[in-house]
Design a protein around this ligand. Structure first.
Ligand code: C2O
Length: 536
């Protein structure tokens, strides 16, 4: 294990990722997406984030556990206040037994929509001690190992907006909505694959120039703000081996659909003998779009190439349709995902129903609700995030269960180590990719309509940090409250998060309070009063 030190500078920039000039981009170390961070399980990360934006920021390491360091989770208004302009914050954490493909992104209003995203790859290791020399329990070997591969390829895909997100967000939350209809999500203009996209027939393709007869592990990440993205490579089947960083029993698929914030790892063999160039497709799916946009803008591409015995010199045709799956292969059906390392879900000790809805408020706002709360950052009324208020935290320890603080903060508090089922009913007409910080919940069951006591899958259920809950359906997520801290649980669609589709999981607050807080964090809180865009 190693200690790895990085500096990430967050800045404003202009650029034209899909050929259209884009003001108000936000970049990390000058690039979009930001640099890929690679580490091993049990390593320690020391990451200096330098904020050169005119607004505050915070960087979240999606999917990590942050066990004993909840104040390095990077979530504005929950685990920290924003890093004020021209200041820095050093995140310092270990992965623990976490490994897999994930990503980092700004967790401050909709900043990540404008480009503050990057891949984070954590490789498994067999080390017996962590980076600090402390012994770690051996990681059990998966029953079904990941097949061998030669090299990693990162594919960061996201829907892309031509207007800076603060402008889009203000319209979306405003009285007339984005297009005269409240609740219609902002429709992206195009998409990008590793920072390049195409719009109106212009734009560059990201080139995947590989070697022949190798096996590549493509690590796919949807860093977008609304759309699901379907990934496929013409004439190349994909061997799916991992979902949200959880190794799964491998299966061949023709394509995979990634909801916002989801990841899939697929193995690709460069063993075709003719052609030499193929489209890599990151198709932006329009299921959630208020209005239609031309197919061309949805159909984002890169190019895979490698030397073959019988090359074809005809250039690739941008108009060509996906040739479709090979014999007997279809796109991934997520209900068939099975973890290759089974971990039994213990019996629940608590069960809570939570509804997902959008409603118009008395003030003519159209907001998202979990039960009866629509979240907003508390810096409007206090200068500290919840995690940093010891007196507030101790007031929460009286009883287990859901409580509401102010009118915006739904908290699910547990003082001991409990096994909790969240029974989520999506009463909304939209799909919602829900993400739980600090945990990898088991997906115990799901189905159409409302939850009415249906039975669960107790046999090696899938575990994942981001689960898509389709319109008018239910899902049951089970987790253990063994990670002290205040954790966000939210829809990862950037517009929905900013509409309040977020609640907090408050595990063992007294233990969390005993961790102590970095001084600089408290200093930041004194400065960062109300700098996040406000809903009202
Ligand atoms: Cu990708 Cu709240 O996180």
């Amino acid at each position: 294990p190693q200690v790895r030190e990085y500096t990430l500078v967050v800045q404003e920039a202009t650029g034209s990722p899909d050929s259209v000039f884009r003001p108000g981009m936000l970049v990390v170390n000058g690039t979009y997406p930001g640099p890929t961070l690679v580490a091993n399980q049990n390593d320690r990360m020391i990451i200096h984030v330098i904020n050169q934006l005119p607004n505050s920021t915070a960087i979240h390491w999606h999917g990590l556990y942050q066990n004993s360091t909840p104040f390095y989770d990077g979530t504005n208004g929950i685990s920290q206040c924003g890093i004020p302009p021209s200041q820095s914050y050093t995140y310092n954490y270990t992965f623990g037994d976490f490994s897999g493909s994930t990503w980092y992104h700004a967790h401050y209003s909709t900043q990540y929509t404008d480009g503050v995203v990057g891949a984070l790859i954590v490789n498994p290791s067999n080390a017996s001690t962590d980076a600090d020399g402390r012994p770690v329990p051996p990681t059990p070997a998966p029953t079904v190992p990941v097949p061998a591969y030669d090299q990693d390829i990162v594919v960061v895909m996201q829907d892309w907006y031509h207007t800076p997100s603060p402008i889009v967000l203000a319209l979306f939350l405003g009285p007339d909505g984005i297009d005269g209809t409240q609740g219609d999500e902002p429709t992206p203009e195009s998409g990008t694959m590793n920072g390049l996209g195409q719009f109106d027939g212009n734009g560059e393709y990201f080139n995947f120039s590989l070697e022949a007869n190798m096996t590549y592990r493509f690590r796919l990440v949807n860093t977008g703000s609304l759309a699901n993205i379907r990934f496929s490579i013409d004439d190349h089947p994909l061997l799916l081996v991992s979902a949200d960083g959880v190794d799964v029993v491998p299966q061949w698929v023709s394509g995979v659909e990634l909801a916002v914030a989801q990841r899939y790892d697929v193995l690709v063999r460069t063993n075709e003998t003719s052609g030499g160039q193929w489209w890599v497709r990151g198709t932006i799916l329009d299921d959630m779009f208020a209005y239609s946009i031309p197919d061309q803008e949805l159909d984002q591409r890169g190019i895979l190439s490698y030397p073959v015995p019988f090359p074809n010199t005809t250039p690739l045709d941008p108009a060509s349709a996906d040739p479709g799956p090979g014999a007997n292969i279809s796109d991934l059906d997520t209900s068939t995902l099975v973890p290759s390392l089974p971990i039994d879900a213990p019996e629940p000790t608590h069960r809570y129903p939570v509804t997902i809805s959008f409603q118009e408020t008395q003030d003519d706002e159209y907001l998202a609700f979990l039960n009866n709360t629509s979240w907003y950052p508390l810096d409007k009324e206090c200068t500290m995030s919840l995690l940093q208020q010891p007196s507030f935290l101790s007031s929460l320890t009286s009883s287990d269960g859901p409580s509401v603080y102010g009118d915006s903060q739904l908290l699910l508090t547990h003082n001991g180590i409990e096994v909790v089922d969240l029974l989520l009913d999506n009463l909304d007409e939209g799909d919602h990719p829900f993400h739980m910080h600090g945990h990898r919940p088991w997906v115990m069951g799901s189905g159409a309509g409302r939850y009415q006591g249906q039975s669960f899958n107790l046999t090696n259920p899938m575990r994942r940090d981001t689960h898509l809950i389709p319109a008018y359906s239910w899902v049951a997520l089970r987790f253990i409250t063994d990670n002290p801290g205040m954790w966000a649980f939210h829809c990862h669609i950037a517009w929905h998060m900013s509409s309040g589709l977020l609640m907090q999981i408050n595990n063992r607050p007294q233990v969390a309070a005993s961790y102590g807080l970095p001084d600089v964090l408290l200093q930041h809180c004194a400065v960062d009063k109300g700098s996040e865009a406000k809903r009202s």
